[in-house]
Each structure stands twice: as C-alpha cells, then as structure tokens.
Design a protein around this ligand. Sequence first.
Ligand code: CIR
Length: 261
Amino acid sequence: MFTHAIVRPPAANLTQALTTSSPLGVPDPALAARQHQAYVEALTRCAMEVHRLEPAADFPDGPFVEDTALLTPRGAVITRPGAPSRRDEAALNRPAIEGYFDEVFAIEAPGTLDAGDVMMVGDHYYVGLSERTNAEGARQLGAILARWGYAASTVPLADGLHLKSSVSYLEHGHLLITEALAGQPAFALFTQVIVPEEETYAANTLWVNETLLVAEGFPRTLARLRDAMALPIITLGMGEFEKVDGGLSCLSLRFRPTRSA
Ligand code: CIR
C-alpha cells in the first residue's frame, strides 16, 4: 500500500516539453492543468496524501516527477535523468524526497537512469535499458537495491520511451503489456493482458492501493482489463500529457515514508 504521492502541476512551458509525439499537436497548458487536477483527485480517492510541488518555470518536463527518483519501501534513489534538459529536475525534487526518507542514494555520472524505466514487482525491480537509461545507471541502481535486499534485472528495449510506456504491473501476477514486449522472456511467467497495437499509449496504467488508473479513450484495452481482473478502474483524460509522451505513472511518485514526520 502507498500512503503518499508527490506531484508537480504543469506550467505554461509544457508546450516546450520533450516529445516524440508531435503529430498529436502542442499541449494546451490550461487543459493539462485541469487533467492534472483530476489526476490528483483520483489519487486522493485512493487514500493517498498528495504533496504538490510548485510548477517549475525552468523545466517543461517538470510534471513527470516519476523519472527523477525511485522510491522503495526501504529507501529512495535519486536518479540521473538521461535527457540533458531534465538532469537538474532530480536535484529540484530531492529536498521533498529527503523529507520522507531516512536513506537516500543517488545515481552518479556516467550512469543515467529515468525511473520510468523501473518497474517494481514485489522485491524485484525490472530496469529497462532505453535511450534514457544506460547499463551503468542500471548497474548502480542494482547495487543500491541490493543493499536493501532487493533484486534487479535489466530488460532491453527496442522501442517506446520508457519500460513503463510499454508495460504496467497490475499486481496479483498480472501485467498489462504491448504486443511488442509480450514475447520478452523476462515477462513469460506473468499473466499478460495484451494492449492492442493501435492503443499502445494505454499500456501505461497506474495501480494505486487496489484501484487501477487507466487513460480515457482506449476501449479495447479497458475491455480486456475488465475481463482479466476485478480491480476497480478510474479512467482519466490524459490527452495533453500524451502529446509530450507523458503517461499516468509519470505524473507522480508513490510511496510510504520511512521517516516519521
Ligand atoms: C520526456 O520525454 O522525458 C517527457 N516528455 C515525458 C516523460 C514521461 N515519463 C515517464 O514515462 N515516466
């Protein structure tokens, strides 16, 4: 169970965020702010206490806080984001994280790691090797996780921005996964719910305390999820964030603090 989330609402500079999805158009910051507000309300409905950071004037990708830290039940890891324009977001978010965790480690150069590439399955962490996360970043993360008794393994990625752009852990041994990643041996022992090719964006969902947040507008994925599992589902409009490759998981850090207030 998670008890807390950290989020950062978007600013007007969301229009400058990194994207591989430019055919979808430029995001409307006012609509993005409303979609973000609905997201925060959904987290609150899932019994989360939400810590809102200030919109970041210097970081167009600032709302995608997930990439800047991996928060585990035993400690926090500050990442070193792979995109140079995002690197200093990690330092920006660090003080808020330090308020909740006793043990905080960091990925160092030449390692790079975006936590959107890290999927937690109980005590095992899958780390995607992507354009943002390199082998050295994954190695450092594995060494930090081992201190806390966790295991880690890497997954090579041929496409998609991050590992969790293509796969979500739904708990209870279930994965929601794209057709492209479904054959990956690392995921062979899971029950797989396959995302149809034309709905790939919907692969990024967010499990929060036995409720699943799913992007609105992907009916085939939704039907497959409902057939496969009995989890309550909340659908959320994500269109403005999709335009800059952001998904549901990217918009928050979820955790249970190890430090008492
Ligand atoms: C980026 O390219 O870094 C942002 N525009 C989107 C980040 C999405 N984050 C995530 O999937 N965890």
